[in-house]
Ligand binder design. Structure first.
Ligand SMILES: [Zn+2]
Ligand SMILES: [Zn+2]
Ligand SMILES: [Zn+2]
Ligand SMILES: [Zn+2]
Length: 336
């Protein structure tokens, strides 16, 4: 069976290709900001958007984009307010989105099967115009994710530090949220709303096992996402399984395979240079070799599992947090 001799398969593979590129591109920033579940939340809200499209007889993709973007902005506002009740507010929003969507779909006289094709994807039924919409939106998302990567990375890594550096943190955070909303709705027809978050996060997690700098993580994640989605569509065509679920399981299999390699790479790197000798700090990235011990209190010892961003710096690794770049030095931390 030659898949490419079927027009619907060619459209499915193209749709998968563009989604697989765009989802991890945005996902890299969400993971960096510890908002890995954001895509899932937006997906829940987008259900109401799909239902509104079915009810009004307009394109569900367009209404879903509008509702998802509004939802993403609301999420960002709630998150930024930093209230302790914030996560409850988000939960209300997400469950309201799902329930509202199911209710409105019923009122619109549409069957659960119609809604299902958006929840779990229905890539083999996408039209040529769907492919074009996916292509254009994915191209915009990828162009922003790659083109603005220095700014977006700075903001995602450490908001305080980015603020001090003069970046408009709020604008960039909103931009990432809106890109996430657009990606979720683009991925609606391929992996489906409920699985899109996986395609935004799993290739990034896999890529982080194998790469060390932010840019290589970004590009490797996009490559892995593309492989998983094109591979998933191909496999599902041969074994007659649901494409959305196959894509996600393939991405997860990639993570399971990469994890031991990541453990090995990190161990090797640690053994290569176990100690930092005082005074042999190379000058690097415009930062001088000065030795400034910081008396600041640390609730934990920085290390590869501490959760702070690790920046390779000459013969040692710096950890970025709260506007500092700290390097372990004997019993204290140096400011780098
Ligand atoms: Zn730390
Ligand atoms: Zn350093
Ligand atoms: Zn520190
Ligand atoms: Zn020192």
């Amino acid at each position: 069976m030659n898949l490419l001799s079927y027009d619907f398969m060619v459209r499915a593979l193209l749709g998968a290709l563009f989604t697989g590129l765009a989802a991890p591109a945005v996902g890299t920033y969400l993971v960096q900001r510890r908002l890995a579940l954001m895509g899932d939340g937006i997906g829940h809200i987008a259900v109401t958007g799909v239902a509104l499209g079915l009810l009004t007889g307009t394109s569900p993709t367009i209404t879903a984009v509008v509702v998802a973007v509004i939802g993403a902005v609301v999420i960002e506002v709630i998150r930024e307010s930093g209230r302790t009740s914030g996560d409850v507010a988000l939960a209300l929003l997400f469950y309201g989105g799902i329930a509202g969507g199911v209710l409105i779909t019923g009122i619109a006289g549409q069957s659960a099967a119609t809604l299902n094709s958006y929840l779990f994807g229905s890539i083999t039924t996408i039209s040529a115009s769907d492919v074009w919409v996916t292509l254009v939106l994915a191209a915009v998302v990828v162009a922003i994710a790659v083109g603005l990567s220095p700014q977006l990375f700075a903001v995602s890594q450490d908001e305080e530090f980015a603020k001090v550096a003069g970046l408009n943190v709020r604008v960039y955070n909103l931009l990432v949220s809106v890109m996430a909303a657009v990606t979720v709705t683009v991925a609606m027809r391929t992996v489906g709303l409920l699985l899109v978050s996986a395609l935004m996060v799993v290739p990034v997690a896999t890529s982080q096992q194998l790469t060390r700098t932010f840019r290589t993580t970004l590009f490797a994640a996009m490559g892995l996402g593309m492989l998983a989605s094109v591979g998933g569509v191909t496999v599902s065509a041969y074994v007659d399984a649901a494409p959305g679920a196959t894509i996600v399981l393939l991405a997860l299999a990639g993570f399971v395979a990469a994890y031991p390699v990541g453990v090995w790479l990190r161990r090797r790197q640690r053994l290569a240079r176990p100690f930092v000798e005082p005074g042999d700090e190379p000058s690097f990235g415009g930062l001088g070799p000065e030795h400034t011990a910081v008396p600041e209190d640390h609730s934990h010892a920085h290390g590869e599992a501490c959760g702070h961003t690790a920046v390779p710096h000459g013969d040692h690794v710096d950890y970025v947090h709260d506007g500092h770049r700290h390097a372990v030095h004997g019993g204290h931390y140096d400011e780098h």
